[in-house]
Design a protein around this ligand. Structure first.
Ligand code: ATP
Ligand code: MG
Length: 383
């Protein structure tokens, strides 16, 4: 119950931090397990267990301290979740997280759930490499496991390039996906309770730069209503088919020919859902707390048109000389701007330092302020 229980998180990154902050607002104590002495979530948690994810002493301590435990990143060893599940409530379940950890397994799950994904081939050996259908080229070779923010991905145009790329990726199991003509990218976040209750946010329109999410807009300005409806139905279907408990994000491609295909999913709150912290009456982090703690889920209501700008470390390096913080005073003077920084001491290129939410009464007004903020921050006006 709120005020009388302790929740645990595996992982100390910014998603864990925002989960902890949402949980604390509801009166929960929080314990974070992370191997690093200093971490965004560890810094705000009531307690930080500094241990490796497979350290049995650390896991036992987390289980002893907590009534229920979740994870903030999908590459946490499934074994850690299984170990904890023997002792405490764990959501999402190790089996669901394991599906999300492997692109080949994930794609098989989408197909089994009746949701189309990109044409692809699984490559785990020379024979499968040689048997690849040339129709999949040009394509993107992605490692099956441990990819994020476009890491572990190589674009290939010919069979020779494919063979070279697979070699360069150390011949680990991979998935070759056909390079699809994307009209737009979108994502849908759903939350499902242990009792089967299922709620969702509206479709989010996402713009990526260099494989990393840059801008999310909700409502999705360029997505036709019937495509949004399809995406929401598909996302709910995927969560249902997994018997999922917690917050789940499903990413989609809307293709030039009008088709909608699923890209991948993340078994946790997602960067594309950060707008919910200011643009909806319940944030994705509160929904994760509620799902984990067995509290009721209510259908979230978007009360403001929203734009989210990701703030990468690059913004600290726009001038000459060393890292300099962006002009927050000017940005925050714009109406409806909400700054979220993750407490990372050192800015680095490509590092997620925070995000800026912009809320307004109309999508046009939110978009306009977002463009002004982008200009102040030195971000492209490509949205
Ligand atoms: P993250 O976990 O951060 O979302 P990731 O590393 O798992 O990213 P993907 O989501 O697979 O990577 O791909 C990153 C981006 O690359 C996509 O959002 C899209 O812009 C582009 N992309 C990926 N696959 C394809 C494809 N088959 N065709 C065209 N573009 C693609
Ligand atoms: Mg992705």
């Amino acid at each position: 119950m709120p005020g009388a229980a302790t929740l645990g998180v595996l992982g100390g990154g910014q998603l864990g931090r925002m989960f902890v902050q949402a949980a604390q607002a509801l009166g929960y104590r929080c314990v974070v397990l992370d191997p690093d002495a200093i971490s965004p979530a560890g810094a705000v948690a009531d307690k930080h267990v500094k241990a490796d994810y497979l350290d049995s002493f650390g896991l036992a301590q987390l289980a002893r301290d907590c009534d229920a435990i979740t994870t903030e990143f999908e590459n946490v060893p499934a074994l850690a979740l299984e170990t904890l599940a023997g002792m405490r409530v764990v959501a999402p379940a190790a089996a669901a997280v394991a599906v999300c950890q492997d692109r080949a397994v994930e794609k098989a799950h989408f197909e089994a759930a009746g949701v189309p994904c990109a044409p692809h081939a699984v490559i785990t050996n020379e024979i499968e490499l040689a048997a690849v259908d040339p129709a999949l080229l040009p394509g993107i070779l992605k490692t099956s496991r441990m990819g994020y923010d476009g890491k572990g991905q190589v674009r290939v145009s010919t069979a020779a390039e494919l063979a070279q790329a697979w070699n360069d990726l150390k011949r680990v199991p991979c998935v070759l996906e056909q390079l699809l003509p994307l009209q737009r990218e979108l994502s849908v976040i759903v939350a499902r309770g242990a009792d089967g209750q299922l709620v969702n946010y509206p479709a989010q329109q996402n713009l990526h730069r260099s494989g990393i999410l840059a801008v999310t807009e909700v409502p999705a300005p360029d997505i036709p209503a019937e495509v949004e409806k399809l995406a929401v139905a598909a996302a709910r279907q995927v969560a249902q088919a997994l018997g999922y408990v917690g917050v789940l994000c499903i990413e989609f491609f809307w293709l030039d020919d009008g088709r909608l295909v699923v890209n991948e999913m993340a078994p946790r709150p997602h960067n594309s859902g950060h707008w919910t912290m200011n643009g909806a009456d319940v944030s994705q982090f509160e929904l994760q707390v509620r799902a984990l703690a067995g509290l009721p889920l209510t259908m979230p209501r978007q009360h403001s048109a929203s734009v989210m700008l990701n703030l990468l470390g690059d913004l600290w390096f726009t001038g000459a000389g060393g890292p300099t913080p962006p002009p927050w005073n000017r940005v925050l003077a714009l109406p409806g701007t909400h700054l979220h920084l993750y407490g990372k001491a050192e800015a680095r290129h490509g590092r997620k330092m925070g995000h800026l939410n912009i809320t307004a009464e109309t999508p046009a007004a939110a978009h306009d302020v977002a463009l002004q903020a982008a200009a102040m921050l030195g971000l492209p006006a490509d949205f």
